[in-house]
Design a protein around this ligand. Structure first.
Ligand code: GRF
Length: 216
């Protein structure tokens, strides 16, 4: 059984999607937030999942916050640490400690639009397709090896909210899939910064997810 700790900062809908996926061989050991008022904590607690808060406001500087977070995480000896809308940048030491077992979801087709306000920036750039990326975390912000991406169209009349909602629906599909692949031991670093997914199918028709979801 693989132990998973999920870090959130707010709504927690990606965390919820992963919990609801009931991934065989995985146990959600804890959901930890850097904000006591994160809405997602209530969902996790209601499911009987251990919840915790490590408030960044209580720790002076990133190093101290990272150290407190590390302590809270390591109690659960996670095989995988999942950042799901976790809005703090983690320091290099923290990231290196969990190298190869630290996933993040970012609401753009990386390497396009790293950082914040991705949907507004995509609209301003006039891109025709947008999406989301699950990637392993490295010290380079939003720059780690890509596991899976989902593509959505940018439609006439879209505003930031409509586009964000379309992307979020895909986030809820690809994040549980990426976690499932990790738990099944199907993700392998290729050595050139790319990730191979063992047994991933090549789709006959263009899929919306790259690689295709197992159920596509
Ligand atoms: C998601 O769009 C995620 O990609 C981004 O922040 C948002 C978090 O949403 N990093 P939620 O908390 O998972 O609902």
């Amino acid at each position: 059984m693989k132990s998973i700790v999920i870090l959130i900062s707010g709504r927690g809908s990606n965390m919820e999607a992963i919990v609801r996926a009931n991934i065989p061989g995985a146990r959600i050991a804890a959901v930890i937030s850097n904000r006591a008022d994160a809405a997602g904590l209530a969902f996790a607690a209601a499911r009987g999942i251990h919840t915790g808060v490590v408030a960044h406001a209580d720790h002076c500087g990133r190093d101290r916050f990272d150290a407190a977070l590390r302590t809270a995480v390591d109690v659960h000896a996670p095989d995988l640490l999942v950042l799901a809308g976790f809005m703090r940048v983690l320091g290099e030491d923290f990231v290196r400690r969990y190298a190869g077992r630290l996933l993040n979801i970012h609401p753009s087709l990386l390497p396009a639009f790293p950082g914040l306000h991705t949907h507004a920036r995509a609209l301003a750039a006039g891109v025709r397709v947008h999406g989301a990326t699950v990637h392993f975390v490295t010290p380079a912000l939003d720059g780690g090896p890509i596991v899976i991406q989902a593509v959505v169209p940018v439609l006439p009349g879209d505003d930031e909210n409509r586009l964000a909602a379309r992307v979020l629906a895909e986030e809820h599909r690809i994040y549980p899939q990426a976690v499932r692949w990790f738990v099944e031991g199907r993700l392998a670093a290729e050595g050139d910064g790319r990730i191979a997914v063992a047994g991933a199918r090549t789709a006959a028709a263009p899929p919306r997810h790259y690689p295709p979801l197992d159920e596509d």
